[in-house]
Design a protein around this ligand. Structure first.
Ligand code: MN
Length: 252
């Protein structure tokens, strides 16, 4: 099994170090990750500038770009082979509900999925890396199970996994969840610059709005690992008919 590992927190983040350590004995692993923190970069590709790849002392390779850049470069030339699986993370903080739209951790995994390669994004629900080894053990076991079940030979999948920051023995069973929803984000924060201009900071994401039974928010609040299979078809299938009718009315 050949696994490409990436993330959005940067190649030196404890989450990717733990993920690499957990997977290196069960697969041929390579790390290609951003040089700096690229959280909330989603699927962004760098098109207006060249990208550089450097080798770190521990064998990781780091890129002067986004998470999706890393996976794109790796798959389209750098590796020279097609990995069986791409794993992203482990992210410093939750990627639940609408976080998945913004997440660079999910973006890296999604880039692989767009190329038809199975991919998994892993995140811890709280920032600060508490019990990161437990989350890495969750990742190791899930990857082993997927290989054992020969799921890498079937159609590609994209999984989003959120792990509560608990010791491994206290983690509850994995629950398959749908994404919840957050409230709209907090108000932007303004400050005066030294040159008298107003600066704006994007504030933190809102708290969970739809965190009912069956959601990732609900499962992780009870100590469960939350696993959500994702798709990338943004079509509003349920409303195709209504829009066809509306367009006929609007254009006739
Ligand atoms: Mn991040």
């Amino acid at each position: 099994m050949k696994i490409l590992i990436s993330n959005d927190d940067g190649y030196q983040a404890p989450g990717i170090v733990a993920l690499h350590a957990a997977l290196k004995d069960i697969a041929d692993v390579e790390v290609v990750a951003p040089e700096h923190n690229n959280s909330a970069k989603s699927n962004a590709l760098t098109l207006a500038a060249p990208l550089y790849v450097h080798a770190a002392h521990n064998g990781f390779r780091y890129v002067t770009g986004t998470p999706a850049d890393c996976v794109h470069i790796a798959l389209k030339g750098l590796l020279g082979y097609r990995p069986d699986l791409v794993v992203s993370g482990i992210n410093n903080g939750a990627n639940m509900g609408d976080d998945t739209i913004y997440s660079g951790t999910v973006g890296a995994a999604m880039e692989a999925y767009l190329f038809g390669i199975p991919a998994i994004a892993f995140s811890q629900t709280e920032k600060g890396w508490a019990h990161i080894d437990a989350a890495a053990e969750v990742a190791r076991r899930l990857v082993l199970q997927i290989e054992r079940e020969r799921m890498l030979e079937g159609p590609a999948f994209l999984l989003n996994v959120n792990v509560p920051n608990l010791p491994f023995a206290e983690l509850q069973a994995t629950r398959v969840c749908r994404l919840g929803r957050r409230h709209s984000a907090e108000k932007v924060i303004t400050q005066d610059s030294p040159r008298g201009e107003t600066m704006y900071w994007i504030a933190s994401a809102g708290s969970a709005k739809d965190s009912g039974e069956g959601t990732d928010f609900h499962a992780t609040s009870l100590g469960h690992v939350a696993l959500t299979p994702l798709q990338i078809d943004l079509t509003d299938h349920a409303n195709l008919g209504a829009w066809r009718d509306a367009v006929v009315r609007l254009t006739n």
